[in-house]
Write a protein that binds this ligand. Structure first.
Ligand SMILES: [Zn+2]
Length: 237
C-alpha cells in the first residue's frame, strides 16, 4: 500500500457510497489527470476526500522548486496530495487541495469532514505554489495552505510547515500577530478576536475542537506571539 501510486480513501458513512463518490470526484476532472480540478464548485452535497502518496507527477511539477525541493527534509514519498470538499464564504462547495505528511493525511481528511458537516467556511484552499510559494501572497488572498519548505517567520530554523504537519486556515481572518507585526498586513481588522466573521477561529469552536482533540497545537495558544490560523502536529505523534 505504501508504495502504491494512488492511495485512495474516502471518508463516508457507509462503504456502499465509496464508489459513487469516487466517480463523482473523478467526473470533475477536466484533464486526463485522475483528480478533480481544484477550487472548482461542485454540486454534490456530500463530503469527499482522498489522497495520493507520493503526489502525482503533475503535482510534483507544480511544487518542485517552489514549496518543495531536494533540500527539503521530506522526500516526495513522505508527502501526500490531498483533495477535500469544503464550504466557502458564499455557501458553495469547492474542491480544496493540500500537500501534507502522508502519515497525517487520513486524519486531516477526517478533520475536514467534521468542518464540512459543521459548515465551517473556508475561503479558498489551493497549493501555495499557485502564489510561487510566497506565504504573504497566499495569506493576503485568505488562502488556506499546509506544506511549504520555509524558515519560521522571523527565525532561522525551519517551520513546522516544512515537515508537513502544519496547516494555516483562513489566514486573512486569522492573522499572525507578534508585537506590532501583523501578517498579512491587511488583517488589522481581524486583530479583535471577539467579532463574529466567517471562518474566524475561536477557542472551543468546531475548527479548534477538530484539531485539538487529535493532538494538534493551536498557534492562538502561544504567548510570545499569536498565530490564529495555525495548527500543528508532529507526524510521529
Ligand atoms: Zn502556520
Amino acid at each position: 500500500m505504501k508504495n502504491s501510486i494512488i492511495l485512495f480513501f474516502l471518508i463516508l458513512f457507509t462503504t456502499s457510497h465509496t464508489l459513487e463518490s469516487k466517480s463523482a470526484i473523478y467526473d470533475l476532472a477536466t484533464t486526463t489527470s485522475d483528480f478533480a480540478a481544484p477550487n472548482k464548485q461542485i454540486k454534490n452535497g456530500k463530503f469527499l476526500g482522498q489522497y495520493w502518496s507520493p503526489p502525482p507527477d503533475s503535482i510534483v511539477k507544480r511544487i518542485k522548486g517552489k514549496s518543495w525541493s531536494e533540500k527539503c527534509p521530506l522526500s516526495l514519498h513522505d508527502l501526500a496530495y490531498i483533495q477535500i470538499t469544503h464550504w466557502n464564504f458564499n455557501d458553495k462547495i469547492l474542491i480544496g487541495e493540500l500537500i501534507y505528511h502522508k502519515d497525517l493525511a487520513f486524519e486531516l481528511i477526517e478533520i475536514f469532514q467534521e468542518l464540512f458537516e459543521a459548515k465551517f467556511p473556508i475561503k479558498k484552499m489551493v497549493l501555495i505554489d499557485d502564489y510561487d510559494a510566497n506565504d504573504v501572497l497566499s495569506m493576503e488572498d485568505n488562502n488556506s495552505s499546509a506544506f511549504c519548505f520555509r524558515v519560521k517567520t522571523g527565525k532561522a530554523d525551519y517551520s513546522k510547515h516544512s515537515y508537513g504537519g502544519a496547516i494555516d486556515i483562513n489566514p486573512l481572518v486569522n492573522p499572525y500577530i507578534r508585537g506590532n507585526t501583523i501578517l498579512p498586513k491587511a488583517a488589522e481588522r481581524y486583530v479583535d478576536r471577539n467579532q463574529n466573521k466567517p471562518g474566524l477561529i475561536k477557542e472551543d469552536d468546531v475548527c479548534y475542537q477538530a484539531f485539538i482533540k487529535r493532538g494538534y497545537f493551536w498557534g492562538g495558544h502561544w504567548t510570545s506571539l499569536k498565530d490564529y490560523q495555525h495548527f500543528e502536529k508532529s507526524p510521529t505523534e
